[in-house]
Design a protein around this ligand. Structure first.
Ligand code: NZQ
Ligand code: ZN
Length: 352
């Protein structure tokens, strides 16, 4: 089953290329089109039903993270008798899945080489991610040329997502992961260097190739090996995209500098200064000063690539802030600094 999104692959000609390759290999296929950004559980349900009816042996996702995530959830749902949403409420575990292949068209999530799938439910206004080794794609094709057509906003949002994946793993309470942190810094510098180039010159192969590679490395499990990771910013952002269908990377770009400011303390200043020194080449010897400068440069970078606006400007209502804070921190989140619902509310308010 060929799974794809709203039609970008038809506009770019990739659809024809994939179909021709299948025909050349004598592989018959059916299609599930129209997977939305922030993929919905309804698409997963439909995919499961169709895979069963049509006796599908492999799911080929051609698209960005949303398409790949939807394909993974369908693959897991195929072998589960109940409603696939049960995986996302943790009332069922993935024990088996159809094989998934991916042809990536947008550098961002790392879904092409990781265990995760993130699915939204309009009825419950939830967006939840799960992970299972059964969901790692069997193969992924990453041709930077397929990302030439990604619009500027999505290129920027993708870069912010990649950077956020590094932050969630880099800002860790436990130290002693020297190599991993240097690798993370390299991914960050790659995004900072190449995202503006890819936005200005969408067909710059070197920029697209480096961003694509960065996206995969940022979230394929490597950077978190042996580390305590944070993931609070992602938890908060998922509330925004669940309720407001916001672009994931845009939400992250707005929240990240606010989260950084909020968690800056005697305990965290050293690590945040390390980020400022190594990524932004900030020279202040005072940890707090360096950390603040690093945060400011992070915010300016997101603005420079077009990711700006307050939550209010993006249509978020003030009444929803406490609701989202309660949901995001139903139990304490974050390991770099643990956050409760009050903390999350303050971060959301500072982004409002
Ligand atoms: O639907 P089509 O027409 O393909 O258009 C898409 C969509 O509108 C378009 N696009 C993709 N490739 C294109 C292109 N347009 C022109 N040319 C191309 N080559 O871009 C739009 C966004 O696509 P989407 O797949 O939603 O973007 P992304 O890759 O950023 O995925 C975001 C989703 O992944 C989840 C996010 O929460 C969100 O739901 N995440 C998944 C993760 C994972 N599986 O590990 C981790 C992340 O933290 C994230 O939560
Ligand atoms: Zn993300």
């Amino acid at each position: 089953m060929l799974v794809y999104g709203g039609g970008s692959i038809k506009k770019t000609g990739l659809y024809e290329e994939v179909a021709a390759a299948m025909q050349a290999g004598n592989i018959s296929f059916t299609e599930l089109a129209g997977v939305q950004p922030n993929p919905r559980i309804d698409s997963v349900r439909e995919g499961v039903r169709r895979c069963r009816e049509e006796d599908i042996g492999l799911i080929l996702a051609v698209g960005g993270g949303s398409v790949i995530d939807c394909a993974k959830a369908i693959a897991a749902g195929f072998f589960y008798e109940g409603d696939p949403w049960d995986f996302f409420t943790y009332s069922a575990r993935v024990t088996k899945a159809l094989p998934v292949g991916a042809v990536l068209t947008l550098a961002a999530t790392g879904s092409e080489m990781n265990v995760n799938t993130v699915i939204s439910n309009d009825q419950t206004q939830e967006k939840i991610g799960i992970g299972s080794k059964h969901l790692i794609p069997r193969f992924a094709i990453l041709d930077p040329v397929y990302t030439f057509s990604v619009p500027a906003e999505q290129t920027a949002a993708g870069a912010a997502d990649i950077m956020s994946h590094v932050f969630e793993q880099y800002f860790s309470a436990n130290d002693g992961a020297y190599l991993l942190d240097r690798l993370g810094e390299a991914v960050l510098k790659t995004c900072i260097h190449f995202a503006p180039i890819a936005i200005k010159e969408p067909e710059n192969y070197e920029a697209r190739a480096n961003l694509m590679w960065a996206g995969t490395i940022a979230l394929n499990g490597l950077l978190s090996t042996g580390k305590e990771t944070d993931w609070a910013t992602h938890g908060i952002e998922h509330e925004l995209s669940a309720r407001y269908d916001m672009t994931h990377g845009l939400g992250l770009a707005i929240l990240t500098p606010r989260w950084m400011e909020y968690v800056l303390s005697d305990k965290t200043a050293g690590k945040m200064a390390e980020y400022a020194h190594n990524v932004w080449l900030v020279h202040d010897s005072d940890n707090f000063e360096a950390a603040r400068r690093g945060i400011q440069l992070t915010r300016e970078f997101f603005h420079q690539i077009g990711l700006k606006g307050s939550l209010k400007e993006l249509g978020v209502t003030v009444e929803s802030l406490p609701v989202m804070a309660e949901k995001a921190a139903a139990y304490p989140i974050g390991r770099f600094k643990q956050l409760n619902a009050d903390d999350v509310l303050k971060i959301l308010q500072s982004a409002y």
